[in-house]
Ligand binder design. Structure first.
Ligand SMILES: CC(C)(COP(=O)(O)OP(=O)(O)OC[C@H]1O[C@@H](n2cnc3c(N)ncnc32)[C@H](O)[C@@H]1OP(=O)(O)O)[C@@H](O)C(=O)NCCC(=O)NCCS
Length: 171
């Protein structure tokens, strides 16, 4: 499959908003919590475009169709650290290397922009994404985002099975 990666343009808006919707739906599915996607799963894309820490956005195109989207953020308050956010490839063409290509492209763009570190913050529950990032060289752990569930009655379930520095945690 011939894939082109290029900068995001306004004409890509509808396709990318729909991709962002797929990302939100995916998160809703892995947590079995439809409220994550809500009535308009793509709405987060509008917020994403307005972020002032956004340093670039790229799409993957196949035969003129937008099949992937990735963005690069400047992590505010952490000098020289960039973050990949978001990354999504449409469901029909996953596992064909497009996500890896997008990450590779972003890595070179981040270097060109002078960043010294590139980070990503996948949900740990998103095991495929986590494995992909580790395979692509994200093997250093910086901060860890710890949560308490303040509304356990809503029924969000958590899995056991990870241990960090001797502490058993759920994810
Ligand atoms: C995560 C995501 C972006 C990965 O995109 P992708 O295009 O499927 O990624 P790749 O094809 O490069 O890699 C996926 C797997 O396919 C395999 N693969 C890579 N190139 C391949 C190729 N040419 N042919 C067949 N398989 C291939 C890889 O081994 C990889 O497996 P691994 O991660 O277990 O090692 C995509 O699954 C997605 O959009 N998921 C939903 C949204 C999401 O979770 N986004 C990430 C948020 S942090």
């Amino acid at each position: 499959m011939k894939i082109t990666i290029r900068e995001y343009r306004e004409a890509d808006y509808a396709a990318c908003r729909s991709l962002y919707g797929e990302l939100a739906q995916h998160h809703a599915e892995i947590y079995e919590d439809p409220s994550i996607a809500g009535d308009d799963p793509g709405r987060g894309f509008d917020v994403c475009l307005k972020r002032t820490d956004r340093r670039g956005s790229w799409i993957a195109e196949c035969h003129g169709r937008v099949v992937g989207f990735a963005g690069l953020l400047d992590v505010v308050g952490q000098q020289s650290v960039a973050e990949i956010e978001p990354l999504v490839v449409t469901a029909g063409v996953r596992d064909e290397g497009i996500g890896s290509d997008l990450v590779g492209h972003i890595r070179s763009e981040a270097k060109k922009l002078g960043f010294k570190f590139l980070s990503v913050r996948p949900e740990l529950r998103n095991e495929r994404a986590f494995q992909l990032y580790v395979r692509l060289g994200f093997t250093l752990v910086g901060g860890v985002e710890l949560f308490q569930d303040l509304a356990p009655d809503r029924g969000r379930t958590w899995r056991s099975g990870i241990e960090i520095l001797g502490q058993k945690l759920n994810y």
